[in-house]
Ligand binder design. Structure first.
Ligand SMILES: Cc1cc2nc3c(=O)[nH]c(=O)nc-3n(C[C@H](O)[C@H](O)[C@H](O)COP(=O)(O)O)c2cc1C
Length: 170
């Protein structure tokens, strides 16, 4: 899918709608620079420190966690309608055991600003470099959320990714 660079605010309603629906696809590279992809359903886009920021929440148990720790960047990709099977597989299998790009027949495309690839078949792609992270702290979290989201601990690390470039289909 041929893409052009667009402002990060381009079609935000589509991005947020898919985030709350079947999910977005986050890519990262492992220590051996092999790409991995996982589905995310939680995140925000906004402005912090005068910069456009995509925050994503990744549990330490995810293979993706070690990947972002190793290489310090990631991309977030908005699947096109019809890719629900891809978000399902990438949200239920781990890159520890599977090459999800191969299994889902999706194509890693070189990023312009980051090492992690984007996904050629997705309609909007955000290239992000980690500029901060914070761990969710039990004592700071509303009790109701603590119980519903973290029955087994595994509290998320929140990565703040500065959006260096956003690309969308022409
Ligand atoms: C719709 C959906 C949304 C998800 N959102 C998140 C999320 O925001 N953060 C997270 O850590 N895991 C999330 N997951 C779970 C991961 O995608 C899943 O555990 C995945 O297999 C991890 O892959 P990895 O081990 O290759 O990193 C979600 C799963 C689905 C199906």
């Amino acid at each position: 899918m041929a893409k052009i660079e667009v402002p990060y605010t381009h079609r935000l309603d589509v991005t947020l709608g898919r985030l709350a629906g079947s999910g977005l696809l986050l890519t990262s590279l492992d220590r051996n620079l092999k790409p991995n992809v996982m589905t995310i359903g939680w995140g925000t886009i906004g402005v912090v420190w005068g910069k456009p920021i995509f925050t994503v929440l990744v549990r330490p148990s995810r293979y993706t966690y070690g990947c972002i720790e190793a290489t310090g960047d990631f991309t977030v990709n908005v699947p096109t309608p019809g890719m629900e099977q891809v978000t399902m597989i990438c949200g239920s299998r781990s890159g520890r055991e599977k090459d999800k790009f191969a299994e889902c027949k999706i194509t890693p495309a070189p990023g312009k600003f980051v090492k992690s690839p984007t996904i050629a078949e997705c309609e909007i792609c955000y290239e992000c470099v980690v500029v901060n992270y914070e761990d969710i702290r039990a004592g700071h979290l509303a009790e109701e959320i603590m119980q519903s989201a973290y029955p087994n601990a595994d509290l998320h690390r929140v990565y703040y990714g500065e959006i260096l470039g956003t690309f969308a289909e022409k």
